[in-house]
Design a protein around this ligand. Structure first.
Ligand code: IDP
Ligand code: MG
Length: 153
């Protein structure tokens, strides 16, 4: 059942932060009509990053991926809205920027798969796990968006 309170975990990776793309990426989620529920700039520990990418632990790029994600601060966020997990992935584009269409974040703003500037949860299960991994319940902010009635019928 689609829910307007569905949540996803989005992270701007160290290259996105260093390249000054934080505002541009947040703008896209804001202007779409999704609601920001949590956000922090954080230099994630290797342990957290290894856990975050645990499903990829047997892939040859796993250590490099953890090193890249640990190379600087990331902007960790939770966004809420109808179908936000799937729509968020569409907004991101494909894992490899080379396969990402213009108009998507990866299609517009980056070039190589190992520097693809943004993470987004790919399922309800991964979204829940990632939100719990990166945020405490107190960090998920409760408020009503004044635009709610203008975004949902
Ligand atoms: P996703 O970020 O689109 O969900 P995943 O397959 O979950 O893609 O891979 C996680 C991250 O691992 C990618 O976003 C990218 O940063 C990195 N990655 C994936 N495939 C490669 C690769 O072939 N070489 C280097 N890094 C990769
Ligand atoms: Mg993934």
């Amino acid at each position: 059942m689609a829910s307007i309170s569905e949540r996803t975990f989005i992270a701007i990776k160290p290259d996105g932060v260093q390249r000054g793309l934080v505002g541009e990426i947040i703008r896209r989620f804001e202007q779409k009509g999704f609601k920001l529920v949590a956000m922090k700039l954080t230099h994630a520990s290797e342990d957290l990053l290894r856990e975050h990418y645990i499903d990829l632990k047997d892939r040859p790029f796993y250590d490099g991926l953890v090193h890249y994600m640990h190379s600087g601060p990331v902007v960790a966020m939770v966004w809420e809205g109808l179908n936000v997990i799937k729509t968020g992935r569409v907004m991101l584009g494909e894992t490899n920027p080379m396969d990402s269409k213009p108009g998507t974040i990866r299609g517009d703003l980056c070039v190589q798969v190992g520097r693809n500037i943004i993470h987004g949860s790919d399922s309800l299960e991964s979204a829940e796990a990632e939100i719990n991994l990166w945020f405490t319940p107190e960090e998920l902010v409760e408020y009503r968006s004044c635009a709610h009635e203008w975004i949902y019928e």
